[in-house]
Ligand binder design. Sequence first.
Ligand code: CA
Length: 227
Amino acid sequence: MRRILIVEDEIGLVVPLADRLRAEGYDVEAAMDGQTGLQRGLTNTFDLILLDLMLPKLSGMQICKQLRQQEIGAPILMLTARSQVTDKVAGLQSGADDYLTKPFDMRELLARVAAMLRRHQTKSGEPLTTYTFGDVQVDMQRSAVVRSGEAVSLSTKEFQLLRHLIERRGVILSREQLLGDVWGYETATLTRTVDVHIAWLRQKLEPNPRSPEFFLTVRGTGYKFAG
Ligand code: CA
């Protein structure tokens, strides 16, 4: 599920906006002031951020700059009550990807959101930047994993295996393939290594490791990621 952060202080806008985005199948979090918004943006992984320009405590522009300085790459759609060209230009210069002037049509916003998510995901051959399954968010760029808001520590190999499985989600992969692709071994003598690492990923990331929902065993063949 794609995760969207809304940073907006007008309750009359946040509630219908969040409801509508949830109805469209997005996982939505909202922050009502600039400081909380920045905090959320820095500590959680989102696929897109809707950022109001005029906010209490920290402006949308300041948040945008700080997120980019911290290498948060999620696309940012700036919401601005002002229609002056200077604000739009400044917003884009601070690292926003697009802007929308309030009041806006909800359908227009949904179309922009969908387009930005699509663009962000399909930039020619670039790998995914973030991926969410269950209560787990994976930040590919920073090799960081967060579960229910808590950082999960993975070894380098565990993370490489996780990334490989996510990139090939839905595909059945044999132990030999995984060994070759993730560990670079040519022989099939250490397939147990794969089993051990899958078990660790289940332990750390599955709601119930004994009955996996995401890291599935395909009997007689190998594994499949179903996130
Ligand atoms: Ca505002």
